[in-house]
Design a protein around this ligand. Structure first.
Ligand code: NAD
Ligand code: UFG
Length: 357
């Protein structure tokens, strides 16, 4: 019989791609989303790819009654918890909204998981949990620290999951994503930011389709290949496959401890060693390669054939010059590595945006 996995935030950008990968690998997925940052067009796209429509619940993780009945009426083998708000700038302006939706919402949801005995979880964490003063590449042992309420929500939930692992024998993997880009090769699902895009690639793509005039490049005086900011852009299809590998790892031996995570040097907020029975593990999901803003603009120019006007602006407050992962733990523990290049990912993003203008 197929194992069923619940995807909170399942109609979002990463959730929808993960749904497709899990279904194609022989899992049954159930999607839960409050549609605050997505729409039913994602479900239509998933249906066009798979040839059938996965079960979808329009519900909010903060709704205890809805979570209790959803969890009771299904036999879930595990959860992938994507649901959350994700805009850094907005989180600085509205911290309580982020604490409420991301932290309080997850508390409600976790409590109802515990009540039904569901204890296998893959959690969407982020490279944002790393402090600014680390050396690169970032490893899971790099120093942790946050500068905004979005990051605080991610780090808090990592700690909460670690506690649940030791107190309640949960099995949890936190995947720390770097910068997801790209779309499904079909062009039926992809990233659909509402309003003005916060992230670089969606903004450049808006310029390429003529929706915006020019890209503002936040600084060209960093110590990088061309002075512009460097990030580790990971194809969302590779990222979706990392979730498949993580859920398979959790389900293969839910009671077998994963290797103990002992940060070296000890990270201030994760300084206690995991207990012997612990199966909490944080894992970087990135490519290990950095790409600059100007290189991304050039990638879009090549993919679209459009010229991309840009203007150099001041640095964006809070930005780092370079951020990229050491993804070797993912290879070691999950047997996962990237298959797609940044150029391919930009190509699939362009196809999605172009086909869905
Ligand atoms: P997304 O906004 O496309 O997907 C998140 C989904 O969760 C949305 O469909 C939204 O409607 C839903 N949601 C939000 N709050 C909810 C609630 N209270 N109840 C039910 N559903 C709710 O974002 P994404 O890019 O797919 O990100 C998925 C997860 O990965 C998020 O937790 C995000 O913080 C994390 N993450 C994303 C990135 C990135 O750059 N995309 C990087 C690191 C981590
Ligand atoms: N950039 C521009 N112009 C823009 C947008 C971005 O020059 O219009 C630059 C930024 O300065 C940075 C790079 O492009 O150098 C990437 O910026 P993004 O905003 O796309 O990505 P960030 O790495 O800054 O932030 C992302 C997610 C956050 C997450 C963080 C974790 O958006 O949610 O990664 O590393 F917290």
């Amino acid at each position: 019989m197929k194992k069923t996995i619940l995807l909170t935030g399942g109609l979002g950008y990463i959730g929808s791609h993960t749904c497709v990968v899990l279904e194609q690998a022989g899992f049954r997925t159930v999607l839960l989303d409050n549609l605050s940052n997505s729409s039913l067009s994602s479900l239509d796209g998933i249906e066009r790819i798979l040839g059938y429509r996965p079960v979808f619940y329009d519900a909010d993780i903060r709704d205890r009654g809805a979570m209790a009945s959803l969890l009771k009426s299904n036999d879930f083998a595990g959860v992938i918890h994507f649901a959350g708000l994700k805009a850094v700038g907005e989180s600085v302006e509205s911290p309580f909204e982020y604490y409420n939706n991301n932290i309080q919402g997850s508390f409600v949801f976790f409590e109802e998981m515990e009540r039904t005995g569901l204890r296998n979880i893959v959690f969407s964490s982020s490279a944002t949990v790393y402090a600014a003063d680390n050396t690169l590449p970032l490893t899971e042992a790099s120093k942790l620290g946050t500068t905004n309420s979005y990051g605080t929500s991610k780090l808090t939930l990592e700690f909460v999951l670690r506690d649940l692992v030791s107190a309640k024998a949960w099995n949890a993997i936190a995947l720390r994503y770097f910068n997801p880009i790209g779309a499904h090769a079909s062009g039926y699902i992809g990233e659909r930011p509402k309003g003005v895009p916060n992230n670089l690639l969606p903004y450049i793509l808006d310029v390429a389709i003529g929706k915006r005039e020019r890209v503002g490049v936040y600084g060209d005086d960093y110590d990088t290949v061309d002075g512009t900011g460097v990030r580790d852009y990971i194809d969302v299809n590779d990222l979706a496959e990392a979730h498949l590998a993580a859920i398979q790892k959790l389900l293969a031996s839910p009671t077998t401890p994963l290797p103990v995570f002992s940060p070296s040097p000890p990270a201030p907020l994760l300084s206690e060693e995991m207990g012997a029975k612990s199966s909490f593990q944080a894992i970087n999901i990135g490519t290990g390669q950095g790409t600059s803003v100007l290189e991304m603009i050039e990638n879009v120019r090549l993919a679209s054939g459009k010229s991309i006007p840009y203007a150099i602006l001041a640095r964006r407050p809070g930005d780092l010059g370079s951020v990229y992962a050491d993804p070797s733990l993912a290879r070691e523990l999950l047997g996962w590595e990237v298959k797609r290049s940044v150029r391919e990912a930009v190509g699939s993003s362009w196809k999605f945006v172009h086909d869905n203008r």
